[in-house]
Design a protein around this ligand. Structure first.
Ligand code: AMP
Ligand code: FE
Ligand code: FE
Ligand code: ZN
Length: 292
């Protein structure tokens, strides 16, 4: 069983439609795929339909933009009721923050003599609710300013670069509680990844586990082998679920091919058991895993 629990579609900053993503997952020999777009469930319906048609097991999820002790944390949330009001309210705030910073990024680029406008970004974002820096990067590519997203982040959009603009992110502790109350489970994405400027240690993770965190993403391209070994040991000590995933973005991110990292079946089943328990305790109507 090949299981990939972290991927993006055009509903956020991936470059494939949910249908194309599901097709690519089947072609890559995956048995289970989770769709985890940034801060939106907009891709869920199309992905579920495609998965049913193409015979793929699909887990509906999200990657939520959160903040903890003044640092950004990406939190994977699986199988929550997407209509749970406190969760919807937090997502609305995050999405408003994403929209709101686009004009500021454009103004910064203008100061550098680069003339892209909101229409360019809108075109690149292709209807997503979760407009992000990758779409600004795509607009820069379309204008011939840079060759690819990587160059756009390196020169303009990455942390400390001249067009980097912060945005609202939801309080991590609140979001872990909201997802649990919505009948879902949470996993910290790439906890010691490139963008994590503060690495949560064992004690931090134990505290998050106490309020409901189910697992950590250990096998991720941002983690080298020693990092993975250390994180795996922490997960074993604490009894956290260990996941592995590609964080695939279609053509939007190099070295993140589908299935490049995978989750062990027994860890996946532990995660589903925790989700089933959270669902039962919540009394919410949670999405089923799509099973062919
Ligand atoms: P945002 O959420 O809008 O702040 O943008 C962050 C997203 O940009 C991340 O989730 C990544 O998917 C993407 N990203 C970050 N760095 C790079 C990079 N160097 N090349 C391509 N995509 C990147
Ligand atoms: Fe992304
Ligand atoms: Fe992430
Ligand atoms: Zn991701």
């Amino acid at each position: 069983m090949r299981i990939d629990l972290h991927t993006h579609s055009r509903a956020s900053d991936g470059t494939q439609t949910p249908t194309e993503l599901v097709g690519a997952a089947v072609a890559a020999g995956l048995d289970v795929l989770a769709l985890t777009d940034h801060d939106t469930t907009d891709g869920w319906a199309e992905a579920a339909e495609a998965a049913e048609r193409q015979g793929l097991e699909l887990v509906r999820g999200m990657e939520l933009s959160t903040r903890h002790q003044d640092h950004g944390v990406h939190l994977l949330a699986y199988l929550p009721d997407p209509t749970y009001p406190p969760l919807v309210e937090e997502l609305d705030r995050v999405l408003a923050g994403r929209r709101g910073r686009v004009p500021t990024m454009i103004a910064r680029l203008r100061e550098l003599g680069i003339g892209i406008d909101e229409e360019d970004v809108r075109r690149a974002a292709a209807g997503t609710a979760a407009t992000g820096r990758p779409h600004v990067a795509d607009a820069l590519v379309a204008r011939g300013v840079v060759a690819d997203r990587t160059e756009a982040f390196d020169r303009f959009l990455g942390w400390g670069r001249p067009a980097h603009v912060d945005r609202y992110a939801a309080p991590l502790v609140d979001v872990i509680r909201h997802v649990a109350a919505a009948g879902g489970v949470t996993v910290v994405a790439h906890p010691w990844g490139r963008s994590s400027r503060r690495r949560p240690d064992e004690q931090d993770l134990a505290q998050l586990q106490e309020i409901g965190l189910a697992g950590i993403e250990v096998d991720h391209q941002d983690h080298d082998e020693p990092t993975r070994a250390e994180l795996r040991a922490i997960a074993r000590n604490l009894g956290l679920v260990v996941t592995g995933s590609s964080d695939h973005h279609g053509a939007g991110k190099l070295d993140h091919d589908l299935g490049v990292n995978t989750t062990a079946p027994e860890e996946y089943h532990r995660l589903l058991d925790l989700a089933a328990a959270a669902s039962a305790a919540s009394g919410r109507r949670t999405p089923e895993v799509v099973r062919p």
